[in-house]
Design a binder for this molecule. Structure first.
Ligand code: ADP
Ligand code: MG
Length: 255
């Protein structure tokens, strides 16, 4: 497959919490401008892995390069080129979205057009609102907007669609694709396999701190089929989610 250069290289990453091995020597590369998915059950070590790459958590062992920068040597340089989603609960409760973006821009020492940024995530109408006044999907979109303030090369999204309704989830997929189309590399975790299949160029499946598979969704499916696996025949041409979307519309309802 055609792919860009390696923008994140993880080699033999180990993370122990006390004597518990959460990440057991995983290695993978992320290519520039791809959407790379980390999939796996709760407790697999996905967030730990992301937070180590984000320089937010110390590792026990292994080597990580982000855009050629060695995490052990220059974490500050890595911070400058990545965008990390913050928990929206951590935002100053009395500031408006516009004020928050300007505050973060100040912290990053960046000039941003806050309105334009809110427009990107479809929140222009909410510029004067506070975070607590937003719906779940709007909060997620705002939190994604904050990752874009420093015009990062790479953004990290840890379960950005968990808890969202089907429309809000699809709306976020469009946003992630749109961000990638501007040249940004995206690393995302999700528990929704339809989402991973739709969004991700490649996925790594992590289980108990180890990567058990890494490939394009298409190839992983082909590999499974090649083993003789056959899904029980689908008797219906639609599922309940199709019914839901059909009845309530594809458009976003929260606005
Ligand atoms: P995931 O994001 O895949 O659900 P995590 O990376 O959050 O998994 O957690 C991996 C494992 O490490 C889990 O068993 C979790 O309980 C444990 N763990 C995560 N953070 C800590 C911590 N700060 N201290 C101790 N154990 C932790
Ligand atoms: Mg997690």
């Amino acid at each position: 497959m055609e792919h860009g250069r390696v923008i994140i290289s993880v080699e033999n990453l180990v993370k122990n919490y006390g004597n518990f091995e959460a990440v057991k020597g995983i290695s993978f590369d992320v290519y520039e401008n791809e959407i790379f998915g980390l999939l796996g059950p709760n407790g697999a070590g996905k967030s730990t892995t992301l937070e180590i790459i984000e320089t937010l958590r110390p590792k026990t062992g292994g080597k990580i390069l982000v855009n050629g920068i060695d995490l052990d040597r220059d974490p500050q340089e890595i911070k400058k080129i990545i965008g990390v989603q913050l928990q929206t609960s951590g935002y100053y409760p009395n500031l408006t979205l516009l004020e928050l973006i300007n505050l973060f821009a100040g912290l990053y020492n960046r000039n941003v057009n806050a309105m334009e940024l809110l427009d990107t995530v479809n929140l222009r109408d909410k510029a004067k609102s506070k975070v607590k006044e937003l719906s779940g999907g709007q909060k997620q979109r705002f939190s994604i907007a904050t990752t874009l303030i420093n015009e990062p090369k790479i953004i990290f999204l840890d379960e950005p669609t968990t808890g969202l309704d089907p429309q809000a989830r699809r709306n976020l997929w469009d946003l992630v694709k749109q961000i990638r189309s501007r040249g940004t590399t995206v690393i995302i975790t999700t528990h929704y396999m339809d989402e991973a299949e739709f969004l991700c160029d490649r996925v790594a499946i992590v289980d108990s701190g180890k990567i058990v598979a890494l490939n394009t969704p298409d190839r992983l499916i082909d590999e499974l089929v090649a083993t003789g696996f056959e899904r029980p025949k689908e008797v219906k041409k639609a599922n309940l989610e199709d019914v839901f979307i059909h009845l309530t519309g594809k458009s976003l309802r929260e606005d």
